[in-house]
Design a protein around this ligand. Structure first.
Ligand code: ADP
Ligand code: ADP
Length: 237
């Protein structure tokens, strides 16, 4: 589903972000990337949908090279990838429903989305997504009236409304308390199992990784130092 072929990333200032990464992430996997701060987790995740451009190698999504893609093909590939951030990235003053509907933007013309005109089926899809993460009752609340955990569930619903086949979550629980952390991780895991969405999550807690992942990838200084099933992951990465 997601293949890294000899992928390297050097930032313009010379910092090495990723060093010759070769990975094959398969459909339906729940992969957790672990590593200390600065290990390259965020660079790796964001290179998948080209939020960060790699400097060498190739990344292939579902048989299509996203590295070589441009224009319509890049937009088409990005449509399949839902992104979840530590800081939620919601439009604070908009309603929860509007935020979830923004996942449909890639399916329509620019004019239509500028006008905020979404067909009825999109609204149904968005409401469905909200009920899947148990916050349907918040659909008409303003996004910034919700708790952190609820806001993160809105961003998961946005990825669902987008009909993403892949979810990339960059430290999705880093700003949440332990109880809310569990709720959000449970939601991600349930969606992964029920819908078969390939999920890649960055975490800095190995304990949480062990509990949720089907596969753990350990990074250190931009290199893969561990890649395997949860049972084999130890504390010293
Ligand atoms: P992690 O997500 O594991 O904390 P990052 O992917 O953010 O790690 O960072 C990997 C390395 O790349 C670090 O050394 C970091 O300082 C560096 N880095 C990240 N972003 C930039 C940038 N925009 N410019 C230069 N160096 C960067
Ligand atoms: P259209 O709008 O003409 O139906 P698509 O949105 O299906 O076109 O595809 C736009 C571009 O994306 C084309 O270049 C096509 O080759 C490419 N493409 C089609 N399907 C996929 C896919 N599953 N993954 C990545 N690229 C695709």
């Amino acid at each position: 589903m997601i293949e890294f072929k000899n992928v390297s990333k050097v930032y313009p200032n010379g910092t090495v972000g990723l060093k010759n990464i070769n990975l094959n992430m398969k459909k339906g996997e729940f992969i957790v990337i672990v590593g200390l701060s600065g290990a390259g987790k965020s660079t790796l995740l964001r290179s998948i949908n080209r939020l960060h451009e790699i400097t060498d190698g190739q990344i292939v999504i579902d048989g299509h090279s996203i590295t070589a893609a441009s224009g319509a093909q890049l937009r088409r590939l990005r449509r399949d990838i839902g992104m979840i951030f530590q800081s939620f990235n919601l439009v604070k003053r908009s309603s929860v429903l509007r935020n979830v509907l923004s996942g449909r933007v890639g399916y329509h013309s620019t004019l239509r989305t500028l006008l905020g005109l979404f067909p009825k089926q999109d609204v149904e899809l968005a409401l469905n997504a909200l009920s899947r993460v148990n916050i349907l009752d918040k659909a008409y609340s303003r996004a910034d009236e919700l708790s952190g955990g609820q806001q993160q569930r809105v961003s998961i619903a946005r990825a669902l409304a987008q009909e993403a086949k892949i979810i990339l979550a960059d430290e999705p629980v880093a700003s949440l308390d332990p109880l809310t952390t569990r709720q959000v991780m449970d939601d991600l895991k349930r969606i992964n199992q029920e819908l078969g969405i390939t999920t890649v999550v960055n975490l800095h807690f190995i304990d949480l990784a062990r509990e949720y992942a089907t596969r753990i990838i350990g990074l250190r200084a931009g290199e893969v130092v561990f890649d395997g099933p949860v049972a084999e992951a130890t504390d010293e990465k």
